[in-house]
Design a protein around this ligand. Sequence first.
Ligand SMILES: [Zn+2]
Length: 55
Amino acid sequence: MSRATPFYCPYCGDEDLTPEAEPAGAWQCGSCLRVFTVRLVGLSLGDPAGGNGDR
Ligand SMILES: [Zn+2]
């Protein structure tokens, strides 16, 4: 199982993140103390049928 590594807390933007033992793959922010997980959903390869991929 691969762990996604966040570089910033998604809630407060702090960089002080510590891996949590439970639940698996969770991180704790040392600034706001939130514990969260990062999950990879998939890859966005665009929609050749209509999307212009503008972002
Ligand atoms: Zn935070």
